[in-house]
Design a protein around this ligand. Structure first.
Ligand code: ATP
Ligand code: MG
Length: 291
């Protein structure tokens, strides 16, 4: 199954999240069945990231958005742990600092976009400025409603500059969220992750759904696609996202750069140096190419 086709939000589509089953498993029976595929994808993601780094011409930006406890942190932990930290960056976007708030809303995101050769993962992103900001009326409608077009221009500019953009909405049900909050309450190691605000935000569930539907429909495009990922089952979420990342990176035409040295010349020089060293050590030098 091509998850890119299945979960893609069509540009301008009248998206209705209520029509997408958050518990979808794509015909897979269990996490055990999906695990080998996930592991294969994670290993391939690591190889492709090394290639992206070596190629040095393009970059990848992965945006993760969701309501609380939908699994953004889990995606980072499970799927990006195989990538080399030297070329991979993860940023969590919280409430803007005073300095960030004193700039335009894209300022902080732009500073963290990936350089050529790099992968950047946004755990929340510039989309918060048309989501939480809209739901809680942190700025007037006249301000946030212009942001969709500004985001499209921004992402188009990044795409023109060689950045592949993938945007994932992790779709969970309110019941699944409540269950996960309860697990956070029950597990001392995870108590710190739960706050009063997590529960009170649930009252705004349908406002968030509306804000997400409009944001995704207005900002999904071929160059910066949104995917709605059924995320009640963590393993299916991991499978779908890893598969989409692999398929996308495979399509980027990444290649190892040409060798910057004359391999033949280096081999001859290396042999000469080796021979001199062996002579100093009193050994008979081997002819070139012999091990
Ligand atoms: P978890 O899902 O594990 O709770 P989290 O991403 O919610 O992780 P928190 O520190 O709990 O992390 O929350 C960050 C908060 O910052 C979120 O409530 C988010 O809506 C808020 N936030 C992010 N960007 C903005 C913004 N531009 N304006 C206002 N609030 C923002
Ligand atoms: Mg939170």
């Amino acid at each position: 199954m091509d998850f890119r086709k299945q979960f893609f939000v069509g540009p301008g589509e009248k998206l209705k999240l209520a029509g997408i089953d958050p518990a979808h498993t794509g015909g897979h029976a269990s996490s055990e069945e999906a695990l080998p595929e996930i592991q294969k994808n994670v290993a391939r993601m690591a190889e492709l990231q090394a290639l992206l780094y070596a190629d040095g011409n393009q970059s990848l930006l992965v945006v993760l958005q969701a309501l609380d406890a939908a699994g953004k942190d889990g995606v980072v932990r499970h799927l990006f742990s195989g990538m080399n930290p030297q070329g991979t960056r993860v940023y969590g976007f919280k409430q803007p600092s005073a300095e960030e708030a004193a700039h335009d809303f894209l300022w902080r995101a732009h500073q963290r976009t990936p350089a050529r050769g790099e992968v950047a993962v946004f755990n929340r992103s510039h989309y918060e400025d048309v989501l939480v900001v809209r739901v809680h009326q942190l700025v007037p409608k006249a301000v946030w409603s212009k942001r969709y077009a500004l985001i499209n221009d921004f992402e188009k500019m990044l795409a023109e500059n060689g950045t592949r953009i993938l945007k994932f909405f992790l779709h969970i049900s309110p019941e699944e969220q409540l269950l996960r909050f309860k697990q956070r309450l029950d597990d001392p190691a995870r108590n710190w992750k739960i706050s009063e605000g997590d529960y009170s935000e649930r009252e705004f569930w349908s406002d968030y759904v509306g804000a997400y539907e409009e944001a995704m429909s207005k900002t999904s495009s071929k160059d910066a696609p949104w995917y709605v990922i059924p995320a009640n089952h963590k393993w299916f979420r991991n499978l779908a996202i890893s598969q989409i990342i692999v398929d996308t990176m495979e399509d980027m035409g990444l290649k190892l750069p040409p060798t910057r040295v004359d391999l033949q010349e280096i081999a001859v020089k290396y042999h000469a140096a080796e021979a001199a060293q062996e002579q100093r050590a009193g050994k008979t030098p081997k002819p070139p190419g012999k091990k």
